[in-house]
Design a binder for this molecule. Structure first.
Ligand code: G3P
Ligand code: MG
Length: 225
C-alpha cells in the first residue's frame, strides 16, 4: 500500500512548503500530494485553503493576490508559499506528485503550464496524478491532457458507488476515511480503479485500510504509520 505525503509532512514541517516536501523525500515517501490555485497574476501556487490566513502571516483570498504579494508572506518557519513549478523542480526524479486542483480555472491553467513545462523537463506524465473534488473541471483537464492519470475525489458515499466516474476514465478514486467501507473498495476495484484514502494518521486506521485492500493512503505523518 502506497504512502502519500499529504501536503508534504505537516506533522514535522509547515504544510505545502518546499521544506515539507523535502522532509517527505528524506523519509522515502514515493508520492506527495499538494493543492493548487491560480493566483491573480496567473501563476499556479500551492495553498490548501482559499484564504491564506490559516497557514501564513497574511490575510485574504489566494486568488486575489499577485505572486509578488504571496511571496512576501511567511508560510511557517520562514518558508514562502511555493509555486507549482518550484515544487516540481525540487521533486523531479525523487517522488511522484499528486496535484489537487482547487478554485476556478485551475484545470485549464495547469494544462497551459504543463504544455510549456513538461517537454523541457524529465517528468513523465505517469509520475503525475491530477485530482479534484471539482469533477467537471477534472474531466475538462483529462480531455486536454489524456496521458496524465486523474484521480476523482469524493467526500462521502456516492449513490452508485464508483459508477459516478465512468465518463472520466480515472486511474484512481480518492475517498474519505470517515466513509470508506469494503463495498466501496470492492466496487472500485471491479471497475479497475485504484483506491486512495485521505487522511490516515493512525496506525490502526492504516492497518484497517490495508486489510480492506486499499491501494494508497494520504497521511500527515508517515512515521506514525
Ligand atoms: O487529496 C486528498 C485530500 O487532500 C483531499 O482533501 O481538503 O485535504 O485537499 P483536502
Ligand atoms: Mg488536498
Amino acid at each position: 500500500m502506497k504512502i502519500i505525503g499529504h501536503r508534504g509532512v505537516p506533522a514535522q514541517k509547515p504544510e505545502n512548503t518546499l521544506a515539507s516536501y523535502q522532509r517527505a523525500v528524506e523519509l522515502g515517501v514515493k508520492m506527495i500530494e499538494l493543492d493548487v490555485y491560480v493566483c491573480r497574476t496567473g501563476e499556479l501556487v500551492i495553498m490548501h485553503d482559499d484564504r491564506i490566513d490559516r497557514t501564513t502571516n497574511g490575510s485574504g483570498l489566494v486568488y486575489e493576490k499577485t505572486l509578488k504579494e504571496l511571496k512576501g508572506f511567511d508560510a511557517g518557519e520562514g518558508e514562502q508559499i511555493p509555486t507549482l513549478q518550484e515544487a516540481l523542480d525540487l521533486l523531479a526524479g525523487k517522488t511522484d506528485v499528486n496535484i489537487e486542483l482547487k478554485g476556478r480555472g485551475t484545470g485549464e491553467a495547469l494544462h497551459a503550464f504543463l504544455s510549456r513545462y513538461l517537454p523541457e523537463r524529465s517528468w513523465e506524465p505517469e509520475s503525475l496524478l491530477v485530482s479534484s473534488f471539482n469533477l467537471p473541471m477534472l474531466h475538462e483537464f483529462a480531455c486536454l491532457e489524456p496521458d496524465i492519470p486523474i484521480g476523482a475525489l469524493h467526500g462521502g458515499i456516492p449513490i452508485n458507488y464508483s459508477d459516478f466516474v465512468k465518463p472520466m476514465h480515472p486511474y484512481s478514486l480518492h475517498y474519505n476515511l470517515e466513509f470508506i467501507d469494503q463495498k466501496m473498495v470492492d466496487h472500485a476495484h471491479r471497475q479497475g480503479y485504484q483506491v486512495y484514502i485521505y487522511t490516515v494518521n493512525h496506525q490502526d486506521d492504516y492497518l484497517r485500510m490495508k486489510q480492506m485492500g486499499v491501494d494508497g493512503v494520504f497521511t500527515n505523518d508517515p512515521t506514525a504509520l
